[in-house]
Each structure stands twice: as structure tokens, then as C-alpha cells.
Design a protein around this ligand. Structure first.
Ligand code: UDX
Length: 440
């Protein structure tokens, strides 16, 4: 099939590359001409494990191309994917200007029947708006389908190539057949393509992300209560996660969820509820709890240093909102660093992938080439992202480098017993602190 992908962000680029990999002819369209020419020269603009190999192969074999021209991109396309940003507007609702802008432009240049697919996460009713925006300017037949993307950054290629399910919102039989063919190679193991109407598909994406955000947030509140009653959230997680009705995943307490999806989508769904006059209280408390959770270690750090962070050096491990990505959108680390800086602390950081992105926001802090270099002469270590290399560090070396043996761990990387053995003061989430008396 001939496919056009409009927008080459995370979702667009993964979608385009993976559909080229399954044998389609894909043209990606983006208005950013510098980015397009970099891609034309074989340079991949994002870090996503496993993507580069597919990207290179499909360019090489001529199935993956790039252009800045919408007209050229959609010529002869049987399917057009809209993978455009939907940033939160001032009131939290998803801003549709990019999607509706492209929809307006598509009308006059359509030549044959085409299926137009909303891949971006868009509020309920957007497929209809897109349809009207196109229809204004054309007499050519087309269908607009909602096909939300569930890929996770860091494992996006795998999620795309082996989806647990594909959700497709369309009431058109013709569009349904086209989409069924397109996804056939990806669901051969029997995972379902679930068809429904457009509005339900749009809602499914928000419901999925909000539910997961709720699951994490619920666990974060259980963790907060564990700290008060002297229970251990790790044990609670194992205890409840083994109940198949609850499930093991997304029960890890920490310093809150971040990333490009959960914060934005929970907020957008809450806004939709408001617009329809429904007071969605669960969503509002998820947002409130997560907001506080992100920096909950800061007051503990301040207490530890008797309210004096001025002039202290705080080492930070992890900037990305989660491991295996360089994405720092809504990363808890950012809010924490902001607070450390405003309290007068010096900050030395290490992250395997995300430092370049953070440099633009905090040019004044120190970026180190290794995790250990960040510890040199630091008064404390804070951990914000659970990169695997932080899980089993050389504690002896850490002891030598740190001025004081104290760790504030927002991702619960270490067992409490290990910290006791190693002689570290240790503060984590939803568990007792390890606090040697000489520092108390
Ligand atoms: C998410 C959804 O999983 C995906 O289906 C959707 O399409 C886009 O949003 P992503 O944002 O890439 O994907 O990351 P995910 O792995 O879901 O993690 C989201 C956040 O939750 C991260 O900040 C992570 O640290 C946090 N998290 C996750 C926890 O705090 N605890 C957990 O148990 C799991």
C-alpha cells in the first residue's frame, strides 16, 4: 500500500518506519525542512531503541521517503496518517490547530478515495471535526478513522510490531477493509483489531492512559500511607499484583508519572469532562496527587540538611522521564532540579541519554560523563530515573566519592537491607528510611 504520514514526531516516525518494514511504500511529511533534509540524509532525529536499524534498511530499500510537500507526500496515497502534535492549550484541553490546519489543506489536493487516520491522541469528536474541515474543500470521497496509538517510548518498535491490540474507530465498511489489510501482518499471532465507532476509539485512548495513571497514583498514595504506618510498599505491590484482577504491572510507586502522554491526556480528559458538565473527581485527584508526588523528596532532603541547601552540592542520577528514552517532557527530574537550584544548591547530573535535552533548560548546572563523576564531592545523591546501570553500582566507590553517604531515591532501586549493610542513609518511597544515628 501507499501510505503518507503527516508529522514525524515519535509516533509519526515509528508508524512510518514500521509500516515501511511491513512492505508498504511510505512517505513522511513534515514542515520542518531542516529535519526533513537530515532524514533524507539518513539521520534519525530521535533516540528509540531498535528504530535506527529499520529506518536505515527501509530508506536503503526505497520504501521510506521524506518530503516537506504535503501535495507530493499524499499523491496516490491510499492511507494518510495524521500524527501531529496535540499540545495542551492554556486551559488543559488538547490544541487541535495542527491537525485541523492539515485537514483544511488536504481538501483541495485530494484526487482519489483515501482513508485519513487520526493517530494523534485527540479529544472525543475530533474525527468528525477533521471530516468537516476536509469536506469543505473537496468533492472527492474519503473516510476519517480514529486509530489511537498505544506505543510506549523505549519499546515503541516492539509495541508497534507486536501490538496487544489495535483499536480502530470507523463506521465505514470500506475504510474498515483498508485498515484490516494494513494491520494484518502485525496481528498474525491472533491479537485483536478491535473495531468501534470513532468517538469510542478516541475515548479508549484517554481511558487507557488515565487508568494507568490512576493505577500508579493509587500505588503512590498507598506508598505515602505505608511511610506513615511503617509498612513496605514493595511487599504490598507483590501481595496485590499477584491477583490477576489487579495485575503486576504499573504498580511501582515512585516520584510520579511523567512523559508526553499521561500528564497531557489525564488533563485533557478532565477538561473534556468539564466541557460536558461532568465533574470527574477521580481524574482531578490523580493530577493533584501526582503534582505533589514529583517533588516529595525535596522536603525530606531539606530536613536532612536542617533546612540549609544553600551551597550544598546535590548529585542527580537520571533526567529522562523513564529509562531507555531521551525524552524529558514532564520528567519529575526537572521540577526537582528547579527546586534545588532555587534553594541555592549546586547540581551535578548524569543521565545516559537525556543530558543534551536538559542543557537547554538548565545551562547553569554541571553535566558529567559518568554516574560516578557526578558524585565527586557531592553532599547527597538523588535518583530520579531507574536506568539499569544505577541498579547495581559500586557502593564502595560511591562511598569514597560522596562527602556524605546519603541517597534520596525516587525509584526504589535498592533493598533496605543492602543500604543498612553498606552504611548509607537512605530515603525512598513508601518504605522505612535507613537512618544511621550519627547523622540523625
Ligand atoms: C504511555 C502508555 O504506556 C502508552 O500506552 C501510551 O501510548 C503513551 O503513554 P509512555 O509515556 O511512553 O507510554 O511511558 P510508560 O512506560 O507508560 O510510563 C509512563 C510514566 O509512568 C513514567 O513516568 C513512568 O516512570 C511512570 N510509571 C510507570 C510509574 O511511576 N510506575 C509504574 O509502575 C509504571
Amino acid at each position: 500500500m501507499k501510505i503518507a504520514i503527516i508529522g514525524t514526531g515519535y509516533v509519526g516516525l515509528v508508524t512510518g518506519t514500521c509500516f515501511a518494514e511491513t512492505g508498504n511504500e511510505v512517505i513522511c511529511v513534515d514542515i520542518d525542512s531542516a529535519k526533513v533534509s537530515r532524514m533524507q540524509n539518513g539521520e534519525i532525529p530521535i533516540y528509540e531503541p531498535g528504530l535506527k536499524v529499520l529506518f536505515d534498511r527501509n530508506i536503503e530499500e526505497g520504501r521510506l521517503k521524506f518530503t516537506t510537500s504535503l501535495k507530493e507526500g499524499i499523491k496516490d496515497a491510499e492511507i494518510i496518517f495524521l500524527a501531529l502534535p496535540t499540545p495542551p492549550g492554556e486551559d488543559g484541553s488538547a490544541d487541535l490547530k495542527y491537525i485541523l490546519g492539515v485537514a483544511q489543506d488536504l481538501g483541495p489536493i485530494l484526487e482519489n478515495y483515501v482513508v485519513i487516520v487520526d493517530k494523534s491522541t485527540v479529544p472525543v469528536g475530533t474525527a468528525e471535526k477533521v471530516r468537516l474541515a476536509i469536506q469543505k474543500n473537496t468533492t472527492v470521497q474519503f473516510d476519517v478513522v480514529s486509530n489511537p496509538e498505544f506505543l510506549r517510548e523505549g519499546v515503541a518498535v516492539d509495541d508497534f510490531m507486536k501490538p496487544e491490540r489495535v483499536v480502530v474507530g470507523t463506521t465505514s465498511e470500506r475504510a474498515k477493509r483498508v485498515i484490516e489489510n494494513l494491520y494484518a501482518p502485525l496481528v498474525r499471532q491472533g491479537n485483536p483489531v478491535i473495531f468501534m465507532d470513532e468517538r469510542s476509539a478516541e475515548m479508549t485512548k484517554y481511558a487507557a492512559n488515565s487508568f494507568l495513571a490512576m493505577k500508579i497514583t493509587f500505588m503512590n498514595e498507598i506508598a505515602n500511607l505505608c511511610e506513615k504506618v511503617g509498612a513496605n510498599v514493595d511487599d504490598i505491590r507483590k501481595g496485590i499484583g499477584t491477583d490477576s484482577r489487579i495485575g503486576k504491572r504499573f504498580l511501582f510507586a515512585g516520584i510520579g508519572y511523567g512523559g508526553s502522554c499521561f500528564p497531557k491526556d489525564v488533563q485533557a480528559l478532565a477538561k473534556t469532562a468539564d466541557d460536558y458538565g461532568y465533574d470527574f473527581k477521580t481524574l482531578k485527584s490523580i493530577m493533584a496527587v501526582n503534582g505533589v508526588q514529583k517533588t516529595k523528596l525535596i522536603p525530606i532532603l531539606e530536613d536532612y540538611f536542617n533546612g540549609e541547601l544553600e551551597g550544598k552540592t546535590i548529585a542527580v542520577w537520571g533526567l529522562a522521564f523513564k529509562p531507555y528514552t531521551d525524552d524529558i517532557r514532564d520528567a519529575p527530574a526537572l521540577e526537582n532540579i528547579r527546586k534545588l537550584i532555587s534553594a541555592g544548591a549546586n547540581v551535578t547530573v548524569y543521565d545516559p541519554e537525556a543530558m543534551e535535552n536538559v542543557k537547554r533548560i538548565f545551562p547553569q548546572i554541571t553535566y558529567c560523563h559518568t554516574a560516578y563523576a557526578a558524585l565527586d564531592e557531592a553532599d547527597a545523591l538523588m535518583i530520579f530515573t531507574e536506568w539499569p546501570q544505577f541498579r547495581t553500582p559500586d557502593f564502595e566507590k560511591m562511598s569514597r566519592l560522596l562527602k556524605e553517604k546519603v541517597i534520596f531515591d525516587g525509584r526504589n532501586l535498592y533493598e533496605l537491607n543492602l543500604m543498612r549493610e553498606q552504611g548509607f542513609n537512605y530515603f525512598s518511597i513508601g518504605r522505612d528510611s535507613v537512618h544511621f544515628t550519627e547523622f540523625a
